[in-house]
Design a protein around this ligand. Structure first.
Ligand code: FES
Length: 321
């Protein structure tokens, strides 16, 4: 792990349903002051079973350096493994434990223009980015897509704060998903792209941006969803090149979960396949890539993989661990 930050006790001071499936939570420090954060940061909330879930921090005003509260937007996921259901049942007065803020999705463009593209509840870190950009006088465009108007959280607040900089897209009215290629082609030279949404949106946005001439260092993204297990997942073996030990990775468990359970120290962070930290060299065998961080060429090479989400097409992988 990338260093576990100290835990904070957070009391729920407001819990409000904002769409049929999105709940807005406002949390205060149970004691003392809340640590500040930068736009794009998240906290890891500890669930009753000890597992954790990341939730992006929403800062509406560009005042994240000294926040009075932490605000979250939580989507109730249909196939929730318990995280979003737990968060949706929280009531005012309850206390949860969370990590200090971490940020693997920070603004990085200085004074260059920003294009923010949000899909569904992926809007939460981008709300903070838009506030920071607006406060800093940095040009930005904020594009927010949802399946339909009822599914779009925080619409009224965003419209009143961001006016003409905001572009809303509804799949049902437009007859399909947001068209990404024109957005990228029309972006001003030097624009940095920030995308948060489901996997297909991130993959399409990255491809469209690269085709439109964005350099890779101007493309930033974060997945808001955990990678779901697939019904066809099979067990496979992992061999550690350093000592020849072999472990079986069953369906429903990741390589990191199994190896860490055996006391092996590993570097990782997001556990969603978007930060790149757990990247590991593959010496033998064929990975089944489930990340969004590797390029197509890296995937095709079969020489590297993200061990937080990816699995194997071969019976065994030999990893440089
Ligand atoms: S931990 Fe982030 S990509 Fe694996």
């Amino acid at each position: 792990m990338t260093g576990s930050a100290s835990q904070i006790a957070l009391r729920v001071v407001e819990a409000k349903q904002v769409t049929g499936k999105v709940r807005a939570l406002t949390l205060q420090a149970d004691k003392g002051d809340l640590p500040g954060f930068d736009a794009g940061a998240h906290i890891e909330v500890t669930l009753p079973d000890g597992d954790t879930r990341p939730y992006s921090l929403i800062d509406w005003d560009g005042n994240a350096a000294a926040p009075a509260t932490y605000r979250l937007g939580v989507l109730l996921e249909d196939d929730s493994r318990g995280g979003s259901r737990f968060m949706h049942h929280l009531r005012e007065g309850q206390v949860v434990s969370a990590s200090a803020p971490r940020n693997s999705f920070a603004l990085a463009q200085g004074d260059a223009p920003a294009l923010l593209v949000a899909g569904g509840i992926g809007v939460t870190p981008l709300i903070s980015m838009a506030a920071a950009l607006q406060k800093g006088g940095v040009p930005y465009r904020f594009v927010y897509a949802a399946r339909n108007a009822d599914a779009m959280a925080f619409r009224a607040e965003l419209e009143s704060r961001h006016g003409a900089a905001l572009q809303l897209h509804f799949d049902d009215q437009a007859g399909g998903p947001l068209l990404l290629a024109p957005l990228m082609k029309n972006a001003a030279p030097g624009t940095h792209l920030y995308v948060c949404g489901p996997r297909p949106m991130i993959e399409a946005a990255r491809e469209a941006a690269l085709s439109a001439g964005f350099s890779a260092d101007r493309i930033h993204f974060e997945l808001f969803e955990q990678v779901a297990a697939q019904e066809s997942d099979q067990p496979f073996e992992v061999e550690l090149a350093s000592n020849g030990q072999v472990f079986t990775i069953p369906p429903g468990k990741t390589i990191i979960e199994v190896l860490e359970g055996e006391g092996i120290d590993l570097m990782y962070d997001c556990q969603r396949g978007d930060c790149g930290i757990c990247q590991t060299d593959v010496l033998e065998g064929e990975p089944d890539h489930r990340d969004v961080v590797l390029s197509q060429a890296e995937r095709d090479s079969g020489k590297v993989m993200q061990i937080c989400v990816s699995r194997a097409k071969s019976a065994r992988l030999k990893l440089d661990l």
